[in-house]
Design a protein around this ligand. Structure first.
Ligand code: HEM
Length: 202
């Protein structure tokens, strides 16, 4: 079978950066050319929300793929995908706060009461923030065993993201169900680790 060599790794990383950056460029083009639908604010919020979820799914695909293809070097692509996921999540939050709420902080509480799924999304993003901030080699070295324990929280983020999505939609059911199913599968692939993590944190 084909192998991923250390020489090819930078090319693969560049390709993945491109694959994550292009959808953002596409969003900017759509908005600038008035092609973002009848409600561009909702369009941007939905687009970046999906982007967060897609990047999270891609991040969670890395280790099963690395094992299946026997490409241990692939693991080195995980951090960049995780950071893109965080970037999409921050853009999603900023789009909501600036374009939807217009920074009317006083409305935040009533919005949360009206839309409780916001708390689920915010909890997911909080986890992604902690993971992004500690994703550096230096943090990994300094934290030792605690690093793995913290980064296992990605499992919870992987449950909160699809639940937030499912809860937020009004009528559509097929697409959120596909996402939910895909994330359940991604978690099932690492069920041993997940069960161990659940028994430690419980
Ligand atoms: C503080 C954090 C977050 C806030 C305030 C937030 C807010 C929102 C809002 C207002 C919507 C639109 C719902 C509507 O149609 O009325 C939405 C949808 C969505 N969010 Fe979030 N969210 C957050 C975090 C996240 C995270 C972490 C993820 C993914 C891991 C995510 C994924 C999605 C998805 C997939 C949608 C639906 C897109 C669609 O319907 O096409 N969100 N979110």
């Amino acid at each position: 079978m084909m192998r991923l060599t250390p020489k090819q790794l930078p090319w693969l990383k560049a390709l993945l950066h491109l694959a994550c950056a292009l959808p953002l460029c596409w969003l900017i083009i759509l908005v600038m050319t008035d092609n973002a639908g009848g409600d561009p604010v909702q369009f941007i919020i939905h687009y970046t929300g999906k982007g967060t979820l897609n990047a999270l799914a891609a991040t969670l695909c890395v280790s099963p793929l690395a094992r299946w293809l026997k490409w241990p070097l692939l693991i080195q692509c995980r951090r960049l995908l995780g950071l893109w996921c965080f970037a999409f999540g921050v853009l999603h939050l900023l789009a909501f706060l600036s374009l939807d709420l217009l920074f009317a902080w006083s409305m935040l509480l009533s919005e949360i009461v009206k839309r409780p799924y916001l708390v689920v999304g915010a909890s997911g993003l909080l986890i992604l923030t902690a993971l992004a901030l500690t994703s550096f080699k230096a943090a990994q070295r300094k934290m030792g065993r605690r690093w793995q324990q913290l980064h296992n929280w990605v499992y919870l983020a992987a449950m909160l993201g699809p639940v937030h999505y499912f809860w937020s939609v009004k009528s559509e059911i097929i697409e959120p169900s596909i996402y939910l199913g895909a994330f359940i599968l991604l978690l099932y692939l690492r069920r041993d680790r997940l069960m161990r993590w659940l028994s430690i944190t419980a």
